[in-house]
Design a protein. Structure first.
Length: 264
């Protein structure tokens, strides 16, 4: 009897193990982002800026993309303003130059509508664009993204209805609202705005990250893409920058460590 009970227990254990083995790949596929197996990310650029580009060349590319007198998609004049992009070392609390920031509408004094170029040892390791003022014709924008970033996976959701400033989900009306591609086991995009500050997540299993994402809307019966972002990031180089920043050698102008600055 004991042998029979043990055999039954073993059978139950084997069945459970088989179920877990069967479910594991499905779970992993739902967590990790689509992976680049053909090296497509190495050919991508955002606003003319590529990973590994020199800081001077990246600045020149942004100025070419937004020349004097240019306007955004809402016909609003762009007043490009360049400044040092500065972060606070989590170890020393010192202010450290992380790259260059361009504000497209500096008169608003907000953490919107910017281009941030991250630089380490003179080379670009990330470019991040926030485009909260963007309003683009849906089909043309989708076609442009698909053509420019061949090989990137489509990001899909549904259109939203915008009525009098109120946004509500529109079910049953599928939309493509961007594209994404990653190297390594990446969980999400590295950069997120947190009010006036930024949050930076450099997942250790992720090597490179790319994504462009906008909000699909029905507005006055017209399909548009509004308020989006783009990111192109070398996370390996980013981790090297973070080690440099935490070492205390990256202080700006000999500035002493502070005790109350915004977190990364």
């Amino acid at each position: 009897m004991r042998i029979i009970k043990n055999l039954k227990a073993a059978a139950r254990f084997a069945a459970a193990a088989l179920i877990l083995t069967t479910l594991a790949p499905v779970h992993a596929a739902s967590v990790y982002k689509p992976e680049d197996t053909k090296g497509a990310i190495s050919t991508y650029e955002l606003l003319g800026v590529k990973l590994g580009m020199s800081e001077a060349d990246a600045i020149a590319a942004i100025k070419r993309r937004f020349p004097s007198g240019s306007k955004d998609s809402n016909d609003r004049p762009i007043n490009l303003q360049q400044s040092d992009y500065v972060l606070t070392s989590p170890a020393t609390r010192a202010r450290v130059k992380a790259g260059i920031r361009f504000d497209l509408h500096p008169e608003t004094k907000s953490n919107f509508d910017f281009v941030k170029i991250f630089v380490h040892e003179g080379r670009v390791w990330a470019i991040w664009r926030d485009d909260s003022s963007g309003r683009y014709e849906y089909q043309k924008m989708v076609s442009d993204i698909q053509a420019k970033y061949a090989g990137a996976a489509e990001i899909k959701s549904a259109f939203m209805i915008v009525n009098g400033g109120t946004i509500a989900p529109q079910q049953g009306d599928p939309a493509i609202h961007g594209a994404e591609l990653f190297e390594g086991q990446c969980l999400d995009f590295p950069f997120v705005r947190k009010g006036d500050n930024d949050s930076i997540r450099l997942d250790p299993a992720c090597k490179k990250a790319f994504g462009v994402s906008y909000q699909p809307q029905h507005k006055n019966g017209v399909k548009i893409l509004a308020s989006g972002f783009g990111q192109l990031v070398d996370l390996d180089a980013g981790r090297a920058f973070m080690r440099y920043m935490s070492s205390g050698t990256g202080n700006i102008n000999g500035e002493k460590p502070k005790t109350s600055d915004a977190k990364l």
